[in-house]
Design a protein around this ligand. Structure first.
Ligand code: ATP
Ligand code: SF4
Ligand code: MG
Length: 325
């Protein structure tokens, strides 16, 4: 099998620009470049972890992948078919195969619906009989670790972790192959986070799911991902298989990001080069020329202002976008 067949999602040159202001003249129009030329693949049954500071474009990538947004440019091959610009009507078969779960399970669940009807809702137009629907909801409830007597209750009667389980069950209703998990545990108590992660991992194992896992928690990303991508201001600056990345961080931004978190292993902490992030993240409206990290990079040179560094292959499946690496 070629590499291409092995990956379920293959993103190439993805761009998502949002218009700023209301100018009707094309030449006066300004763009917020939330995602600006991002490429990566997600293997079948694998997790791609996406990290980076707030506002770097992680959620926007996720929303493009499940086509909640139509990207400005680029391709999104899903099981070999480019769905980046597919019209809504033709998207229907793909909508079933990809789902998204959100950070705030409460906001994404209708408070006036019972758990059973929330989970069944995506299945209403599938022509299933009432008995079949009921059976499927029971199956899903069991799959995510909830109990049958939860079915007739309402979201407010549940804890955060249980609500996230309802969100997962609803996402699984259409038997998707791919799920975007956008900060699925960051709103939960630390004690509950590991349980929800375990459930996601078990489901991946059982159902062969692929995940895009977006998180600020770098140790969680390390734990759950097969491959990790680091984003900065709309660009992917480094990407590698998880062990390779955590053993051998190359991009100055990745090092800065990682050195900002406490490392449980003191040897690794001693070895890690400490780079402190100074200044604020610039705005993605008219981002800086050349390397977008240059205003905060201690190694920036003249070349970094002029030339945008390409994501280069440095071996072992490791890619990095920096002129000095
Ligand atoms: N629908 C939208 N319209 C206009 N701008 C948007 C829209 N969605 C996101 N943005 C902007 O795009 C940039 C990237 O946002 P995004 O939500 O993807 O970041 P993020 O990495 O998910 O951040 P966080 O970690 O805070 O969730 C931000 O500057 C944001 O303000
Ligand atoms: S390309 Fe230049 S500015 Fe960008 S990370 Fe590398 S050294 Fe720093
Ligand atoms: Mg986000």
């Amino acid at each position: 099998m070629s590499n291409e067949n092995k990956s379920l999602v293959d993103v190439r040159g993805l761009k998502m620009y949002f218009p700023v202001g209301k100018s009707l003249l094309a030449k006066n129009r300004r763009w917020l470049k939330a995602v600006d030329d991002v490429s990566f693949t997600i293997g079948r049954g694998e997790t791609f972890g996406l990290v980076g500071e707030s506002g770097c474009g992680k959620t926007t990538v996720g929303r493009c992948l499940v086509r909640l947004y139509q990207p400005t440019a680029g391709s999104i091959l899903f099981d070999g078919q480019d769905i980046a610009h597919t019209r809504e009507k033709q998207l229907a078969p793909y909508r079933k195969r990809m789902q998204m779960i959100f950070q705030d399970p409460y906001a994404s669940l209708n408070p006036r619906m019972t758990i059973a009807s929330i989970i069944a809702e995506p299945l209403l137009k599938t022509g299933m009989s009432k008995a079949e629907l009921n059976e499927r909801v029971r199956e899903l409830i069991d799959l995510v670790g909830l109990k049958p007597d939860h079915m007739q209750r309402y979201p407010h009667e549940f804890s955060g972790g249980q609500r996230q389980r309802v969100g997962i069950a609803r996402a699984l209703a259409s038997s998707p192959e791919f799920i975007v998990c956008d900060e699925p545990i960051s709103a939960l108590d630390v004690s509950i986070q590991a349980q929800v992660i375990n459930t996601l991992e078990e489901l991946q194992e059982r159902l062969g799911l692929s995940y895009l896992f977006v998180s600020h928690d770098l140790s969680m990303v390390r734990h759950i991902s097969h491959t990790v991508g680091v984003m900065y201001l709309g660009c992917m600056v480094e990407r590698a298989p998880v062990q390779e990345l955590y053993r051998n961080m190359l991009h100055p931004y990745t090092k800065a990001l990682m050195s900002a978190v406490p490392v449980p292993d003191p040897d690794a902490a001693a070895k890690a080069e400490r780079i402190h992030l100074s200044g604020d993240v610039p705005t993605p409206i008219d981002p800086p020329s050349g390397c977008r990290f240059r205003a905060r990079c201690p190694y920036a040179t003249e070349r970094c202002a002029q030339e945008r560094p390409e994501l280069r292959d440095v071996g072992n499946g490791h890619f990095v976008a920096c002129h000095i690496v």
